[in-house]
Ligand binder design. Sequence first.
Ligand code: URA
Length: 216
Amino acid sequence: MNIKDEMNIIEEKISKCERCTLHLTRNKTVPGTGNIKTDIVFVGEGPGEEEDKSGLPFVGRAGEMLDKLLNENAKLQRENIFIANIVKCRPPKNRTPNEEEVLMCTPYLEAQLMLLNPKIIVALGGTALKYFTGESKITKSRGSFFKWYGNTRIFATFHPSYLLRSDGESGPGSPIWLAQLDMSAIGFMYKALEKNIPVEEIVKKVELTLQKAGGA
Ligand code: URA
């Protein structure tokens, strides 16, 4: 069976899922979408109101911010990458998903990641960072790589919603400035992976570049 068919089976299972109470309040499940051949997968926290209505990830205000960073800084389009979330149903009032919900839902994300087998997973914000690395401070961990299973690396950056909430300051060292730096690095990673440059080499180069730019 090809990846697309297997992905459809996972999505079908997600659409019927009743493993936690989030299914009681959801409109649509949001399994994730994008390029199934990509080397880079972005993982956010969970659907918000617009995502719950449409069944698509990052289509509200946070999605607009994500698109802006992707297009302007990474020089990428959504079609280049795959985007998913830690939980597939909207937590009421957009609260952070609790431990039980994360535990019940993440086998779906794990199955998707097993199929996609990305070289780099971009953890968008604290919830994804915590899940993949156990670290809880995104301000400390952003711009850093973490080892995951196999040769896959986690790269942490701020959640777009956090950037929308931050005070509009855009000078060096501000959250948006750091996020732009991270996205440029992600654009570099994408292009380097296209050229089959080994992940270890890419990681070293990005770490050095971010250090020089004052973003690590
Ligand atoms: N925030 C997320 O973490 N994911 C979405 O899909 C939308 C907003």
